[in-house]
Design a protein around this ligand. Structure first.
Ligand code: MG
Length: 390
């Protein structure tokens, strides 16, 4: 088992369906990992990307982590039978010589390549990603065809905010979503309250709407928002304060009875432990958003899930951030609460694969071998460009 080539490319992505609206210059990395395994006369290729929200990681991928994979001995990447990649062994190859701590964004670079390796390994096994992962972990997939999802979006529009937000939410409902999440915290509380009312009006009620403050509040602003939001009975209140400000996080949890969601911007098991120990979160009620790509990929994410479940968190508390096909498979294989979908934003990684549908808040699960990016025409077009002349 050898990796014969790794290709990488950065692309721009936008938080808006209309990419002309400024979105902070956001980018993401795409990788194609070419193996020496042949199927139908072509090499098996795994595809991965850096999820959304943390910019592209081309430098770290090209200079540090891809060369470790490309230069690894055959047996360092292979399973015991020597017939497939072992994603956990490949992960250990990538992390060789890395010191504890100093997570920065190297975890995102590792997670990008890790996604591609899982995609390749599942394809070599001839299984959809959720089946391959469940088999590997000795788990049963309870419902192998659908997973619970919600629609992420609702960023502040620079013009006609309420009208455009209402239209966006209406489109979510028309697509079959029952639950959705919008952003707050980047405008005044009065305007945010109007946004919440407008969004909830397109859903069955406030209890179907989550709000995401994008880690913007200090303690005073957070408590003021909590006072305004608490009577509404929202689905959850996300990313209240700085991700490492556990003092404010704990104060918020002590004063806001509704579900709180956190963890999206924490990328390591060490940080997850700190959140659990000092963030005041309530295991029976609150939501954990760790992004499987940003947390050093699936091996890193599994460490977090296994540790927190061992500490008493239910699997259903995990709703991974990201909004893409990889997370759908993880939710199914690990029995997590559900997955985010970005129906309109973050093109090409918006929505589901072609022909997959959402109904009553559940999404179809891709059944092709691997993650299924080939079935998503917008995504596949970009990955074909990454692969180039292979
Ligand atoms: Mg968030």
């Amino acid at each position: 088992m050898r990796i014969v080539d790794i290709r990488e490319r950065s692309i721009a992505i936008s938080r808006y369906a209309d990419p002309t609206i400024p979105s902070g210059g956001l980018t993401t990395s795409l990788v194609a990992v070419v193996t020496d395994v042949m199927r139908a006369g072509k090499p098996v290729v795994g595809y991965g990307f850096s999820s959304v929200g943390r910019f592209a990681q081309g430098g770290l991928i090209r200079e540090r982590f891809a060369p470790r994979l490309a230069n690894a001995a055959d047996e360092a990447l292979s399973d015991d039978a020597g017939t497939n990649l072992d994603p956990f062994r490949a992960w250990a190859v990538m992390m060789a010589s890395e010191k504890p701590g100093g997570h920065g964004e190297r975890c995102v670079a590792v997670g990008t390549l890790d996604m591609a390796i899982w995609d390749a390994a599942a394809k070599i096994a001839g299984l959809p990603m959720h089946r391959f992962l469940a088999d590997r972990l000795g788990r049963n997939v309870v419902n192998p065809s659908r997973v619970r999802v919600y629609a992420g979006g609702g960023y502040l529009y620079p013009q006609n905010d309420i009208a455009r937000l209402s239209d966006e939410m209406r489109r979510f409902a028309d697509l079959g979503f029952t639950h959705a999440k919008i952003k707050i915290g980047s405008t005044g509380l009065d305007q945010d309250r109007r946004r919440v009312d407008a969004a909830a009006a397109q859903l069955p009620g406030y209890g179907y709407l989550a709000v995401d403050a994008m880690n913007t509040y200090d303690i005073d602003a957070g408590l003021a928002a909590a006072t305004t939001l608490a009577p509404l009975g929202l689905w959850w209140f996300e990313d209240v304060c700085d991700p490492l400000d556990f003092t404010t996080q704990a104060s918020m949890a002590a004063s806001y009875d509704g579900p709180i969601a956190a963890g999206e911007a924490l990328f390591s098991l060490a940080e997850a432990k700190l959140l659990d120990q000092h963030g005041g979160l309530r295991r029976a009620r609150d939501i954990l958003l760790f992004d499987p790509v940003h947390c050093y990929g699936l091996p890193g994410y599994l460490k977090i899930v296994e540790h927190l479940v061992m500490k008493g968190w239910p699997s259903r508390a995990f709703w991974p951030h990201g909004g893409h096909l990889f997370c759908l498979h993880l939710v199914a294989a690990l029995g997590l609460g559900g997955a985010e979908i970005n129906p309109l934003a973050f093109r090409p990684f918006r929505g589901l694969a072609d022909g997959m549908e959402i109904a009553d808040g559940f999404a179809d699960l891709p059944q092709a071998p691997g993650i299924g990016f080939e079935l998503h025409s917008e995504v596949w077009q970009e990955f074909r460009c990454v692969l180039g002349d292979w």
